[in-house]
Design a protein around this ligand. Structure first.
Ligand SMILES: Cc1cc2nc3c(=O)[nH]c(=O)nc-3n(C[C@H](O)[C@H](O)[C@H](O)COP(=O)(O)OP(=O)(O)OC[C@H]3O[C@@H](n4cnc5c(N)ncnc54)[C@H](O)[C@@H]3O)c2cc1C
Length: 393
């Protein structure tokens, strides 16, 4: 099809990947990002699946090992820190920050509009208008809404979308490997290390340093610890930050109430294998991300579409959230290339991406239920291998 005017709402990994791909196909693309500053470190480490790094590998000169760290083992520890199970399996890990920085380097900053919060989309017959909080109106042949888990535009298009708290949150943190005793860091850099126990599990893996360095000594050790909080008073108290404000999706570093910070550190010391407890203890700022299941039954609304977490937000157990967002972008570019116009491309794109979102949501729900409620996860179970389309794929 001919070059289209495309507005991408949300300049994180999903929005930027789609924007780069659509720009490469000759479209006139602009990105509108709510934050007024380039995005800071968010979300810490990510399991780095093929769809997330595909743009960097296929369209830039960047060697993959400059933006990621590979590990060779999936290792489960017992309560005392002894290896209970080890499976040889290669994973790549990166950080949100490292990938964001690389994508932004391949984007034109004059087309990255910070401080632009899109509050609604108006539909016309052949185009759409993205309306900014300051009243600016942006006309586009296609608006790609990549505005994340708390998507305003999902709220407009799918006010009844099913969204539910999973019953647990992820406590997270990162420690420079140089800050850990060397015998501890040495045990945590060649593997993803798990400790699975009653109604909880924690996983630890190495990621690039804050400045993106992947050199030994500069890396960070990152953990994700899933803990159950009952909906109601218990969850409300957790999500009330140090200043007494109720947070929705996360408690960023520095905002966790002191009694929760103390409780989680004490629990780590008392309950986790010493090597993992040590990582929690050395973490300066713990933070929390709430785990939600969000499901839409449509992703296309006239000349606008929802992409990435703005459509389906899935539990993190497949490490595939950014890969799903990137895959939505690759598929969109492919359908636009193969179609006469935007409506035809979106009509072909939507059923494929709905299917992808549904299968991932279903799979990650099942993993979450088995690990946090049913306690049926035994080390070596292939269902728990990361992957976008299926375990290991
Ligand atoms: C605990 C946890 C662990 C995870 N681990 C992994 C992992 O290992 N691997 C992995 O691939 N994924 C992982 N994820 C998932 C991953 O973080 C998300 O799937 C991914 O960030 C989604 O990308 P996105 O671009 O769709 O949305 P987001 O990254 O949420 O970005 C949305 C962007 O839109 C902007 N925005 C919001 N509203 C507006 C508006 N109205 N106007 C303009 N801009 C707006 C925001 O500022 C933001 O920049 C994890 C998630 C959690 C919670």
């Amino acid at each position: 099809m001919d070059a289209a005017r495309i507005a991408v709402v949300g300049g994180s990994l999903g929005g930027l990947t789609a924007a780069c791909l659509l720009r490469d196909d000759g479209h006139d693309v602009r990105v509108y990002e709510r934050s007024s500053r380039e995005l800071e470190q968010r979300g810490a480490g990510i399991g780095f699946l093929e769809a997330t790094y595909r743009y960097l590998v296929e369209r830039t000169e960047l060697p993959l090992d400059e933006v990621s760290i590979s590990t060779d083992w999936i290792r489960h520890l017992d309560r005392h820190g002894k290896v209970a199970h080890a499976l040889e399996h290669r994973y790549l890990f990166s950080s949100w920050n490292a990938v964001y920085r690389q994508l932004l380097e391949h984007w034109d900053l004059d087309r990255y509009h910070l401080g632009h919060e899109i509050v609604s989309i108006e539909q016309r017959d052949e185009f759409a208008i993205a309306v900014c909080a300051d009243g600016t109106r942006i006309e586009a042949d296609l608006v790609v809404c990549a505005d994340g888990v708390g998507s305003t535009l999902r709220g407009q298009f799918q006010p009844d979308a099913s969204q539910g708290y999973a019953g647990y949150v992820a406590w997270r943190g990162m420690v420079p490997e140089a800050d850990l005793p060397s015998e501890i860091a040495g045990q945590l850099t060649d593997a993803i290390t798990y400790y699975v126990y009653a109604n909880s599990h924690i996983l630890v893996y190495p990621i690039p340093g804050i400045d993106g360095s992947v050199e030994p000594g500069d890396r960070l050790i990152n953990f994700v610890w899933y803990r159950n909080y009952l909906e109601g008073a218990e969850f409300e108290d957790l999500m009330t930050d140090v200043d007494g404000h109720r947070r929705d999706l996360s408690l960023p570093p520095g905002s966790v109430a002191p009694h929760h910070d103390a409780e989680v550190r004490a629990h780590a010391a008392a309950r986790l294998p010493p090597v993992i407890a040590n990582v929690v203890e050395h973490t300066e700022d713990l933070f929390v991300q709430v785990v939600y299941d969000i499901e839409v039954d449509k992703m296309v609304f006239g000349n606008a579409c929802l992409l990435g977490d703005a459509a389906f937000a899935v539990r993190p157990h497949a490490a595939a959230g950014t890969a799903k967002a990137a895959e939505d972008g690759w598929a969109l570019a492919r359908h636009l290339r193969a179609s006469e116009g935007v409506p035809e491309a979106l009509a072909a794109w939507e059923p494929e991406q709905l299917a992808l979102g549904r299968q991932l949501l279903e799979r990650t729900r099942r993993i979450g239920r088995r690990s946090q409620i049913d306690n049926t996860w035994t080390p070596g179970d292939p269902e728990f291998i990361f992957g976008l389309h299926a375990p290991g794929d």
